[in-house]
Structure formats: structure tokens, C-alpha cells
Design a protein around this ligand. Structure first.
Ligand SMILES: Cc1ncc(COP(=O)(O)O)c(C=O)c1O
Length: 384
């Protein structure tokens, strides 16, 4: 049977919450969204949470209400999902791609500092693959250069730095509830806010420039960035099980790492120790991720490569972004990283099958190919 890379897990609680909402005959944003926002705010221990249609638009909205626009630059790690950069471009500003740390894959503050210009207005630390950035160093950098902080905590549900939830350190934090995230609303995003005035501006922004619907006087130029209560109902159900989901993710990753630690040519990433880690997936580093991925695919096991470096994306050019120094670690991570199947319903037997297939590739197939390549190189040299 095929082992998927990830599948969302919905239980009866979510189904009942959606049914409740349908029975209430309320489809647009309403009571369920308010309930989700209030429960999330309590969980994050922040002033206010504002739901938005997805993580990319949450980042966009955060940058917009903070006044980022044409002529501005935002420091963005080169190793992140495309949406971190496209949100900046949508404001008219330019993302400046900076390198990341080779151990936790998160923004290198040193690289960020080296890329600051007079146009730099903000830094976007991205909490990648379930580990917090070094928020103390990011905050110091921001303070030294007078930068705003927009945290991309799209993958950061449950992740902490010094016992504080990620997304609560910056001027605004953003979460994604896309289907492959720790908890999901299908599509969905949230703004984490600690400033009541800024929270108000976010509501104006998402609600056509009004604080409440039902009137046609618009105090600001706002837009429609609302969600539906059907999505919020799924979120309320999911959030109730968050602790259980986090534990399951940690157990799955540990099971992989215990076994693969001994596998030749497989490197296991280490935790940075800043706080709670909520593994996005079980990740490994190998010298031929594409070959291993193809070998697993042929055996009905789905994997994903790491992020393709943003500065190499065909659509990101000097017209819309800036690169001041080559993000070497980001390239190296793409060239070695592989995400293993990490669905919550993965069985021990399936984990064992994935590990066995990786061991097979690493010890036989890969070694044979490497030896053949080496022989050919010797032959080529001796005949040239
Ligand atoms: C790091 C990061 N930033 C931003 C996003 C964008 O979120 P969404 O897919 O909800 O727009 C994602 C989603 O995958 C992400 O992983």
C-alpha cells in the first residue's frame, strides 16, 4: 500500500462542528470564527488573533498594515516556502534573500545584518520545519537597525522559544492552517497581535475598511480577507486535539531517527534547544536526495525534497527581489535534504518499511552507483 508524504487527519469532532455550523445556517464569518480566534489568542497568550484566508495573505496583510510598500526591502531567508517572498512582492516591496543556519535551517542573523541597506524596513524570521529561530538575536538586530519584525510562523503551531509561542515576538506573527500543517482549516491563516490598535487596523483591512459588517460606511480602504465559519468549525475541532497531534508528530520523528541514526550516509538534523519542537516532517540529509526519493517512489513511498532556494526560482529576478550575497547553506540544504512520510496515522510497520527501503538504497544501490561512477572517473582520467 502506498505511503503518502502527509495526509490531513480529520476526526468526528471536526465533522460535528461543521454540522453544527450548517444547522445554524451560518456560512460566512461569524460565531465560530470568533470562537476560534479567542481560543487561539488564549493558546498563544496574545492580545488578539485575526483569522485570514491563508498564510500568504496573512503575511501580506501584516506587511501592509505595518506600512511596507514600494521602495522598501524586507530581509527574508532564502530557505523558505515561496509564499514568504510572494507576500512581500505583493506589497510592492522587495524581498532581500539572506542565508540560513546550517544546523536549524533558520535565518542567519549574521547574513541578514550583512544585507541591510537604507531601504530595509523589516525582517521576516521564518520558523522552518518546526523549530524556532533565535528570536533573541533577531530582536537585537531589529532594535539595532530600527526594523519591524513580521514572523512567518506558518509552520510554527505549538513551537516555542523560551516558553513563549513563536509569532508573539514580532510586531505581527503569521500562522498557516493549510491542509499539511499541524492543525488545519483546509485553507486558512491567522495574525498574532499584541497591540490593540494594530489589531483594529487588521480588522479594517480584512473587513472592507469597517470594524463591523452590516453598514455601508467604510472608514478605511479595506478588502475582503474573511474566512467562512465552516473553515473555523474545522479549526475549533482541530485545536482541541493539538496536544495529542504534537505528541504524535514527535513520536513519529523519534521512531525514524532512532533507526536511521545507524544508517550509512544518513545525517539526522539536531534540535537547536530554543524550545518546543513540533516536527513539520521527519527530515534527513543524504548525498543523493533525488536518487533516494526516486527509489522510494518506485516502491510506493512518497517523499518531498527540501525547499528550492528562493534566489534560484525562475520567477524571482532582480526586477522583484535582491540578493547581496550568495546563500550557500540554502543551496546545500536543497542539495541534501529529504522529508520522509510523516502523516499522523503512520503505523510502526510503515515507518519500519520506509527505514528498510532507505537502508537498502544507502547500502546497496547507492554504493554500487557511487562505485561505478568512481570507476568511470578513473577510466576517463586514464584515457584522457
Ligand atoms: C514557511 C511558510 N510560509 C508561508 C506559507 C504560506 O501559507 P499558505 O499556504 O497558508 O498560504 C507556508 C505554507 O506552506 C509556509 O510553509
Amino acid at each position: 500500500m502506498r505511503i503518502e508524504e502527509y495526509t490531513p487527519e480529520l476526526q468526528k469532532a471536526e465533522v460535528f462542528k461543521v454540522l453544527e455550523t450548517l444547522q445554524d445556517n451560518w456560512l460566512t464569518e461569524g460565531k465560530k470564527t470568533q470562537e476560534l480566534e479567542a481560543t487561539l489568542a488564549e493558546y498563544f497568550n496574545c492580545e488578539r488573533v485575526v483569522m485570514l484566508p491563508n498564510g500568504t495573505l496573512a503575511l501580506f496583510a501584516a506587511l501592509k498594515v505595518l506600512g511596507i510598500g514600494p521602495g522598501d526591502e524586507v530581509l527574508v531567508p532564502d530557505f523558505t516556502f515561496f509564499g514568504s517572498a510572494s507576500a512581500v512582492i505583493l506589497t510592492g516591496a522587495k524581498p532581500v534573500f539572506v542565508d540560513v543556519d546550517e544546523y536549524d535551517f533558520n535565518i542567519s542573523v549574521e547574513s541578514a545584518e550583512g544585507s541591510i541597506s537604507s531601504r530595509t524596513k523589516a525582517v521576516m524570521p521564518v520558523h522552518v520545519y518546526g523549530q524556532s529561530c533565535d528570536m533573541l538575536s533577531v530582536a537585537k538586530l531589529a532594535q539595532r537597525y530600527g526594523l519591524l519584525i513580521v514572523e512567518d510562523a506558518a509552520q510554527g503551531m505549538g513551537v516555542t522559544f523560551d516558553d513563549r509561542h513563536v509569532g508573539t515576538f514580532g510586531d505581527i506573527g503569521c500562522i498557516s492552517f493549510f491542509a499539511d500543517k499541524t492543525i488545519t482549516t483546509g485553507e486558512g491563516g491567522a495574525l498574532i497581535l499584541n497591540d490593540a490598535e494594530l489589531a483594529k487596523e487588521c480588522i479594517y483591512f480584512k473587513n472592507q475598511g469597517r470594524l463591523n459588517r452590516g453598514k455601508f460606511v467604510h472608514e478605511r480602504v479595506g478588502y475582503n480577507f474573511r474566512i467562512t465559519d465552516l473553515q473555523a468549525a474545522i479549526g475549533v475541532g482541530q485545536l482541541a486535539r493539538l496536544g495529542e497531534v504534537i505528541k504524535r508528530k514527535q513520536v513519529i520523528r523519534s521512531a525514524y531517527y532512532r533507526r536511521l541514526r545507524e544508517c550509512p550516509g544518513v545525517k539526522i538534523p539536531i534540535d537547536n534547544g530554543f524550545g518546543n519542537v513540533v516536527p513539520f516532517r521527519a527530515n534527513i540529509l543524504v548525498d543523493d536526495p533525488e536518487g533516494l526519493s526516486a527509489y522510494l517512489r518506485e516502491r510506493d513511498i512518497a517523499t518531498r525534497r527540501f525547499f528550492y532556494p528562493l534566489h534560484l526560482q525562475p520567477s524571482l529576478t532582480p526586477e522583484n527581489c535582491v540578493v547581496r550575497s550568495k546563500p550557500i547553506i540554502s543551496i546545500r540544504l536543497f542539495e541534501s535534504g529529504l522529508m520522509l512520510p510523516s502523516g499522523l496515522n503512520l503505523t510502526e510497520h510503515q515507518i519500519s518499511r520506509v527505514c528498510r527501503t532507505i537502508e537498502e538504497f544507502q547500502t546497496t544501490v547507492h554504493d554500487t552507483v557511487a562505485a561505478a561512477t568512481e570507476r568511470r572517473e578513473v577510466y576517463d582520467e586514464s584515457t584522457s
